[in-house]
Design a protein around this ligand. Structure first.
Ligand code: ATP
Ligand code: MG
Length: 577
């Protein structure tokens, strides 16, 4: 362990914990490998909303740059226009800013480099390192071989450079149908690494692109585009997830087979004094969470088949969903830091993410009262309306105090009264006493029922000598929350829980994710009542509703006229086995 690692791991230290990427960058800075620069990028494909896994990559890329006075670009990897859209571009930008990061300079798109990418492809053809292939996609698959068998050379592999140049320019000009030709790198059909068996660099696709419109009908592949885009942007450390490890030889092959000076000339470093050095790819393990579906394909299916209400449904692991659920940027950043960065795949327990938001809201959310399932209580010896002062936070004076209206009629939660109390029940029972939080001790004198036997009201009396002090001569253990029946505001409250009730909803054993949905992932309560301070001007978005959990105003549907609260998380972990 180096000294800086030790310092970082000391309790109470503000320095971020070390990980192999931080160590690698520190070494590279020390050796001057990339001219002493750190320049990373986050390269999402705009084919869906970002999820919590992406947050790990965002936090890593942006923080290692920030920590080393470097830069982090945002680059949309937009080489597959069929699945991409501007909606996804906008949501991704919005999510990154919400997390608290700002990219360096303008937003980049791989499609910004289509012209350069084309010219580099011509350069590879001219050197005999790429050829136009006429195998159909099915034939190409057959020629590729398998993990145990080498592939076969394409019959077009030895086409002349002139013919390749001619065909490639005609592919670009739109002379051919989709799937008739492709441009392939000329590497090695017998390579043990299938990615190196003459991979496709360009495909014909007559399709509109969300950024370039109808300017192109050939589109470069991800592998071809990614390394060159990194090189053009002067990226030093290209950080990606482990599934790209086997693509690294191709990443390097493409860059090494282009003339370095020709890349430098079109790069962001063209006019700088830095030595031009190629980027290097380093892989880390993806974040996986139990009880959670993370693949964009599945997330998209859940949106499209109505399993959830949209990409920002508060049960979704998307950043938009988590935000709507009431997660804060700090909680997500803390979570990403706490799971660490390594090269070994592991599944993180969802309770770690839940811990992060509970921890943040415990410190940072104001307290208030909300009765989810109201039962009217009439306090016979109180006949004036008053306002009681209460602290907004039990530990933090800086949260200030608020006035909570109280009067003859209040609501308590139905579950806080029992006619036949189970053993150990400390709340209200007929003839018994309980304290209303921050208010008087009351006694239940009479239980009022309707014709069907349903309890409709409790007639109580208050011990008027118990405001801020214990009752004389007896102990009252229970404390319950309440809301004024005359001044409380009706609200809709949505109780969210985990969307899946199995640990691995994406495992092969699960044929259809519908069969493992948690039927209780959403419960809507229409008749809740909140204290008015929650809706006062300038009031925060998030609260701890005492004894119920952490809640936030729904950022889409809440209004002061029609309050809607989402439960972010319960007060305690109820899933712990
Ligand atoms: P998915 O597999 O969920 O569809 P993806 O990898 O196709 O995601 P991209 O938009 O290509 O999504 O990802 C952008 C970046 O985020 C990539 O560098 C990718 O490696 C990284 N990333 C994606 N998922 C995770 C994850 N679960 N943990 C960490 N990083 C991730
Ligand atoms: Mg991807």
């Amino acid at each position: 362990m180096t000294d800086s690692d030790k310092a970082a791991n000391e309790p109470g230290s503000n320095a971020a914990p070390s990980n192999f990427i931080r160590n690698l960058i520190a070494q590279d800075l020390e050796s001057g490998k990339h001219g002493g620069r750190v320049h990373t990028r986050f390269p999402p494909e705009p084919n869906g909303y970002l999820h919590i896994g992406h947050a790990k990559s965002i936090c890593l890329n942006f923080t290692v740059a920030e920590e080393n006075q470097g830069y982090c670009n945002l680059r949309f990897d937009d080489t597959n226009p069929a699945k991409e859209s501007q909606e996804f571009v906008d949501s991704i930008k919005d999510n990154i800013r919400w997390l608290g990061f700002e990219w360096h300079g303008e937003v980049r798109f791989s499609s910004d480099y289509f012209e350069e990418l084309y010219n580099f492809a011509v350069q590879l053809i001219e050197q005999g390192k790429a050829y136009v292939c006429s195998l159909s996609p099915d034939q190409a698959r057959e020629y590729r071989g398998t993990l145990t068998e080498p592939g076969k050379n394409s019959p077009d592999r030895d086409r002349t450079i002139e013919d390749n140049l001619d065909l490639f320019s005609r592919m670009k000009a739109g002379e051919f149908e989709d799937g008739t030709y492709s441009l392939r790198a000329r590497i090695d059909m017998a390579s043990p690494n299938i990615n190196m068996r003459d991979p496709v660099l360009y495909r014909i696709r007559h399709i509109e692109h969300h950024q370039t419109g109808s300017a192109w009908c050939i589109y470069p592949t991800y592998d071809y585009t990614h390394c060159i885009s990194d090189a053009i942007e002067g990226i030093t450390h290209s950080l990606c997830t482990l599934e790209f490890e086997d693509h690294r030889p191709l990443y390097n092959w493409i860059l090494e087979n282009l003339e370095l000076e020709s890349i430098r000339k079109v790069s962001d470093l063209a006019d700088s004094n830095y030595d031009y050095v190629l980027p290097e790819q380093t892989e880390f393990a993806k974040l996986k969470l139990n009880y959670t579906v993370m693949g964009k394909r599945n997330l998209r299916a859940m949106v499209e088949d109505g399993t959830v209400a949209g990409w920002d449904d508060p049960r979704m692991p998307t950043l938009s969903g988590l935000r709507r659920r009431g997660f804060t940027p700090a909680s997500i950043r803390n979570f990403c830091e706490s799971v660490g960065v390594s090269r070994s795949e592991s599944v993180v327990d969802l309770s770690m993410l839940e811990f992060a938001i509970r921890d943040d809201l415990d410190k940072n959310a104001a307290r208030a009262m909300c009765v989810l399932n109201p039962l009217k209580v009439l306090i016979s010896n109180v006949d004036s309306e008053m306002e009681l002062e209460m602290a907004n936070h039990p530990k933090e004076e800086s949260f200030g105090r608020r006035l909570v209206p109280f009067g003859r009629e209040v609501y308590i939660d139905r579950s806080d009264f029992e006619e036949v109390p189970p053993p150990g029940f400390k709340r209200l029972v007929a003839g018994g006493e309980v304290r209303l939080r921050g208010c008087y001790v009351i006694r239940c004198d009479e239980v009022v029922k309707d014709a069907s036997g349903q309890i409709v009201q409790l007639n109580c009396s208050a011990d008027l000598d118990t405001l801020g002090k214990s009752p004389e001569g007896r102990k009252v253990k229970g404390v319950i929350h309440w809301v004024s029946a005359t001044r409380g505001v009706p609200a809709t409250v949505r109780l969210y829980d985990r969307l899946f009730n199995v640990e691995k909803p994406e495992s092969k054993e699960v044929e259809d994710y519908h069969s493992v949905l948690n039927p209780e992932s959403l419960q809507v309560i229409e008749g809740a009542v909140v204290e008015p301070s929650v809706l006062a001007q300038g009031s925060p978005m998030s609260f701890q509703f005492e004894r119920e959990g952490y809640f936030c105003k729904d950022c889409v549907e809440h209004s002061d006229e029609k309050p809607v609260f989402n439960r972010t998380i319960t007060l305690r972990d109820s899933w712990q086995s």
